[in-house]
Write a protein that binds this ligand. Structure first.
Ligand SMILES: CC(C)(COP(=O)(O)OP(=O)(O)OC[C@H]1O[C@@H](n2cnc3c(N)ncnc32)[C@H](O)[C@@H]1OP(=O)(O)O)[C@@H](O)C(=O)NCCC(=O)NCCS
Length: 207
């Protein structure tokens, strides 16, 4: 990685001083991203978190996971799992907790907790799940392995494996190819060789 790109990310030493629950090899986290409680966050090998993200709560990130610019993952107590090779495109929001919007309780953090009612439910993204730009994922959603979600969608229900979803609320529109599983196998066999160096995030004119 060249020095200009390198300076966008925290150094290994800086990351280690943040005391993550787990910090894999070759992890890149942008200096402009905020992680509220790193001690609740585990991040696996070769994962990248780009600029202007906010990550909070009990967040478990596997290997080769990408969180693109401007994402928010509010994992809360119940937690969010992003399994290996999963990814969020620009501006995705995932939350594992929400105020009660029915009017039965007061809302928002300016009032004491006894007047609020917070729904909490874990969110999971299986291996190879990808979520398109601007999509929102609700508490309790389980995105099964290999499912994908188009841009600007709203995911309120769990998905079937290896299927493509779009829309508000997100609906299945087709099956998704499993060819990537063969490519994963080839990549993992090559790991450690020059042919398997992660591409990194490049969004400038050279992308
Ligand atoms: C979901 C997606 C993968 C489908 O791509 P595709 O297979 O090429 O599908 P098409 O563009 O042929 O669209 C098929 C239909 O779904 C609709 N559609 C496509 N994406 C949609 C979306 N995100 N939300 C709602 N409808 C969508 C199209 O309008 C079209 O409808 P029609 O048949 O009534 O005309 C793609 O549209 C998408 O959203 N990709 C995410 C891109 C992204 O966020 N990238 C981030 C940078 S990496």
């Amino acid at each position: 990685m060249d020095s200009e790109r390198d300076s966008r990310y925290f150094s290994r030493q800086e990351l280690e001083s943040m005391r993550f629950r787990h910090l894999g090899r070759n992890v890149l986290i942008s200096r402009t991203t905020r992680i509220y409680d790193p001690e609740y966050v585990a991040i696996g090998d070769h994962s990248i978190v780009d600029d202007f993200c906010v990550l909070s709560g009990n967040l478990q990130v596997g290997r080769n996971v990408h969180i693109a610019h401007g994402c928010r993952v509010i994992a809360g107590r119940e937690g969010v799992l992003m399994d290996d090779f999963s990814g969020l495109a620009f501006g995705v929001t995932i939350f594992a907790q929400s105020d009660d919007y029915t009017g039965e309780a007061l809302t928002n953090p300016t009032v004491p907790m006894q007047y609020r009612r917070i729904a909490r439910a874990r969110v999971e993204l299986g291996r190879h799940v990808i979520i398109g730009a601007g999509t929102v994922v609700f508490p309790g959603v389980m995105l099964a392995e290999g499912s994908s979600v188009g841009a600007c969608s709203m995911v309120t229900r769990s998905t079937e494996a290896w299927a493509v979803y779009v829309g508000v609320p997100a609906k299945k529109v087709r099956e998704r190819s499993r060819r990537m599983l063969q490519l994963e196998k080839e990549y993992l066999q090559q790991e450690g060789s020059d042919d398997a160096v992660p591409a990194g995030s490049v969004v400038g004119p050279g992308a």
